[in-house]
Design a protein around this ligand. Structure first.
Ligand code: ATP
Ligand code: MG
Length: 425
């Protein structure tokens, strides 16, 4: 490998965060090497606005922390330093060692840090190495471009510049073992594909179909964070299609996957994701609770019916079903409490929305979760649920004034009397 492979890929360096440059400069002044790397470099070359800037250096985390008062060390499996400038955080990671050599040359204590599970998953990756080795622990070639601001040059060891041009997402190294080391890379591939509109190299897609089960070993908290990025960045519908295509969806949401076989779940989920994408495109507020409500709506209904069959009362069944379904999902991906409350509200309001009678109708419109519940109702109809035009009724009801509202309420049904027959004489 040509170690000094500096390409002529150009970068709009004036777009680089001043703070990232400050961090790099200070590290260099203190005798360390430091580069900009990752999504920041990738996005700058593509002419996109980077979301954040990552710095990589040969300084160890403790040394970085010592140099910057405004910093703290984070991560266990993968130790890095966050340098904070107001709301801007620059992530500084230390060069990691190439794995094979590292395993031979390190002492016992470090070896423990390298341990892998039986499936090949890396439990920790805190063995430091040289600049040229760092590239092998990165996931995709397009994420492994290093920018040296002092010389205004991009260093490209693995053909990332070429793949950016070809619009290809390609794992560095042997795909199956790279996915085994960290199965979240499968989700990252899908995310970058959707975000950049690229294709995933065939060799990097093939193993996905077989390796989805490895996602079970990832902590629910980490998966939740990754799902936020997948679903809340404006391209959730595309991500959904690929999660299904590569057979990963069922490993993340087993109940939802099952419910797709005998309900309009797929349609409802896609409608909710489309809706979220459209809202993000025009800067409207979005909540993951809405997506979660759609993911588990049919499993929730099924569970509720099961409980009712067992004799649990209508209201109790609804509460218990919501609790059961959410608790079960938490085994796979966590759902923080602030969201689970919203999910339950959206679900429970569905039953209240089906009641157009009485005084409570007005109060319902003022409920803090009315809007989300109403939007959800429209999606259910869009998915094909036959609800007797309930959505349209609520649309009109919100626009109507008080007199019109009174007229809209269905008349209480009277007991039907049989028409009296005239007595025939
Ligand atoms: P984003 O635009 O989402 O920030 P990114 O590529 O910068 O994308 P980060 O999660 O910020 O992604 O990670 C920064 C860099 O660290 C990546 O570009 C990649 O080189 C490396 N990296 C991150 N996560 C992994 C992983 N799970 N396996 C291997 N390398 C990773
Ligand atoms: Mg990044």
């Amino acid at each position: 490998m040509n170690i000094d492979k500096r390409t002529e890929v150009s970068i709009a360096s004036e777009q680089i965060s001043i703070n990232a440059l400050k961090v790099i400069r200070r590290l260099i002044e203190h005798g360390y090497e430091a580069y900009l790397v990752g999504g920041g470099v990738r996005d700058l070359i593509l002419g996109r606005t980077p979301k954040d800037f990552d710095v990589t250096t040969n300084a160890h985390p403790e040394e970085v922390h010592e140099l910057f008062r405004n910093s703290r060390m984070v991560g266990k499996r993968f130790k890095i330093v966050h340098v904070r400038f107001g709301r801007d955080i620059i992530e500084v990671a230390t060069f990691r060692a190439a794995r094979d050599e590292a395993e031979e040359n390190i002492d016992i204590e470090d070896k423990e840090q390298l341990n892998q599970t039986e499936s090949g998953m890396l439990l920790a990756d805190n063995v430091y190495g040289a600049f040229e080795e760092d590239v092998f622990r990165r996931d995709f070639t397009i994420n492994a471009l290093y920018y040296d601001p002092e010389e205004d040059k991009v260093v490209d060891f693995v053909g990332g510049g070429e793949d950016l041009k070809k619009q290809i997402i390609r794992l560095i190294g042997e795909p199956e073992s790279r996915y085994r080391e960290d199965p979240v890379r499968m989700l990252r591939a899908i995310r970058f594909k959707a975000m950049l509109g690229f294709e995933i190299d065939e060799a990097s897609t093939e193993p996905m179909h077989e390796l989805g089960y490895l996602l079970q070993d990832i902590s629910p908290a980490r998966l939740f964070e990754e799902l936020l990025k997948l679903f809340m960045s404006g391209y959730a519908a595309k991500v959904f299609d690929d999660l299904l295509r590569y057979e990963l969806f069922g490993w993340l949401f087993p109940d939802s996957r099952r419910s797709m076989d005998n309900s309009p779940a797929e349609k409802l989920i896609r409608a909710a994701l489309d809706n979220t994408d459209k809202r993000i495109a025009v800067d409207l507020p979005v909540t993951p609770a809405f997506i979660y409500a759609s993911l588990f709506w049919y499993p929730f209904i099924e569970e509720k019916k099961r409980l009712e069959k067992e004799g649990v009362s209508y209201v109790e069944a609804s509460n218990e079903a919501a609790a059961n379904i959410i608790a079960k999902q938490q085994l796979f991906t966590s759902i923080p409490r602030r969201f689970s409350g919203q999910i339950r509200d959206i679900w429970h309001l569905q039953f209240r929305l089906s009641n157009r009678h009485g005084k409570k109708v007005n109060a319902l419109v003022r409920h803090k979760r009315f809007r989300a519940a109403y939007d959800f109702l429209l999606l259910r109809e869009l998915a094909g649920e036959k609800l007797n035009n309930l959505g349209e009724w609520w649309t009109n009801y919100q626009d109507a004034n008080e007199t019109e509202r009174q007229k809209m309420k269905p008349k209480p049904r009277r007991a039907r009397r049989r028409p009296r027959r005239e007595k025939q004489i």
